[in-house]
Write a new protein. Structure first.
Lengths: 98, 343
């Protein structure tokens, strides 16, 4: 296992810790639930990237890339939902004046 | 075999190219979101999108063999991406905690100001009345007018009682926030009847005709000792701001199902008093408002009544008793959430 693979392994561990941490975050901030599907798929990308190095190289690579597209799309969709839900500064000022 | 590996590399390169644009789009959206709402979470979402973009960008270079060190570059960004994922969660929780504590302190500050305003305003009125009455007493003392002296002494006594009551009320209300968790199930009709009895006893010099129209007697809500203050305040206002010798107040108690499928108790206090103009309807529940015609009150304004009602998660509003004619009297409408009792 060379240096670069070690970095990937560390990244995977950190990503898995963040996934374990996510239910606690959602418990306190329900609005974060929209990020969960995207983050879940992206963490699977980290996992498959490490699996790819050990065995099932081709299949893992294909699955990893499919999950990458799905994860990124879901994450961007979550950001879009957040943007749609966020009231603009003008609206905020207007409502506070009311 | 080499061909297959090459095909997969090309496939990965194309996918990375597509995902790179997805992340770029996400980055733009996150920047707009940050401009709309400047918070820490949105800032970290930008970092997440940026690291995702740079990772896929380096992947494209790696897969199409355009840059020798693209692999190392990509790996450092994948590590950065994972770290941001971890940090974003922690930041979200911290942000929520900060927001909660900010709200708590703002409320405490507003509350302190509110009590200060209320206390200084009402107490200065009381002190002013006592001072004027004592001045008149001294004048009458020189004239040896006993009846006049007795009259002004009565006013002084009344005002000192009012001041003492006010101090008690403010002290109790300052504990209102603490009692949030101490709400208990109470029977509204019992408390309403007790309050009416107290009011009739207090205003013995006036002819009161208070009629309650209620369907059943066991309406239960979550409330505390201040519930009686709500009823008393509305009733005292109905009596004080009334020009008739015989004061008629009709109390109608009904049940309503809210949009949230919760059951609410609606209590309407209809009086034949001087009424409240539309302009005044909007301000009577605001802090600092006090009628210039007030002659006799509890030192507990409608703004505080509203505060108590909100503590019970209810609502209070005022309408004309007769549509489009405020001079015919007012209708104070209380909406309080009912407790569903399991029988």
């Amino acid at each position: 296992m060379d240096h670069i693979e070690f970095v990937e392994l560390i990244a995977m561990i950190i990503a898995i810790i963040s996934l374990i941490n996510f239910p606690f975050i959602i418990k306190r901030r329900r609005d974060f639930i929209k990020y969960l599907p995207g983050i879940f798929f992206l963490i699977l990308v980290f996992v498959f990237e490490n699996i790819e190095e050990i065995f099932l190289h081709e299949i893992s690579a294909i699955i990893e890339n499919i999950f990458l597209i799905i994860g990124a799309t879901l994450l961007v969709t979550a950001v879009f939902i957040e943007l749609k839900k966020t009231p603009s500064k003008k609206k905020l000022i207007h409502s506070s004046k009311k | 075999m080499i061909n297959q590996v090459h095909e997969i590399e090309v496939f990965e390169g194309i996918v990375s190219f597509i995902v790179m644009f997805i992340f770029l789009m996400g980055l733009i959206l996150a920047v707009i979101a940050l401009q709309k709402n400047r918070n820490q979470t949105n800032f970290f979402v930008i970092l997440l999108m940026a690291s995702g973009f740079l990772y896929t960008f380096s992947n494209v270079f790696e897969k199409f063999e355009m840059w020798d060190r693209a692999d190392e570059f990509g790996d450092s960004f994948i590590l950065f991406f994972a770290t941001i994922l971890l940090i974003i969660g922690v930041v979200a929780i911290l942000e929520e905690k900060l927001h909660t504590s900010e709200k708590k302190y703002r409320e405490a500050y507003n509350r302190a100001n509110f009590y200060k305003d209320l206390f200084t305003h009402d107490m200065s009125n009381v002190v002013q009345n006592i001072r004027m009455s004592s001045d008149i007493s001294f004048e009458n003392l020189n004239k040896f007018d006993k009846s006049k002296i007795a009259e002004t002494l009565e006013i002084i006594k009344e005002q000192s009682i009012r001041g003492a009551n006010l101090i008690t009320k403010v002290r109790r209300l300052s504990k209102l926030e603490e009692s949030k968790s101490k709400l208990e199930q109470v029977n509204v009709i019992t408390i309403l009847n007790d309050t009416i009895r107290y009011i009739k006893k207090t205003f013995q010099n006036k002819t009161l005709n208070i009629v309650i129209d209620v369907q059943e007697n066991d309406y239960t809500i979550n409330a505390n000792e201040f519930l009686t203050d709500i009823f008393a305040n509305i009733l005292i206002n109905a009596i004080n701001y009334n020009d008739y010798s015989s004061i008629e107040i009709q109390i109608i108690v009904t049940e309503e199902c809210g949009v949230d499928n919760k059951k609410y108790l609606i209590i309407e206090f209809k009086d034949h008093g001087i009424g409240i103009s539309d302009a005044r309807k909007e301000i009577i529940f605001l802090k600092g408002f006090e009628s210039e015609k007030r002659t006799r009150g509890m030192g507990l304004g409608l703004s505080l009544v509203k505060q108590i009602v909100e503590l019970y998660q209810g609502e209070i509003k005022v309408e004309n008793r007769v549509l489009d004619d405020y001079t015919k009297g007012s209708n104070f409408i209380l909406k309080l959430p009912l407790v569903s009792l399991k029988k």
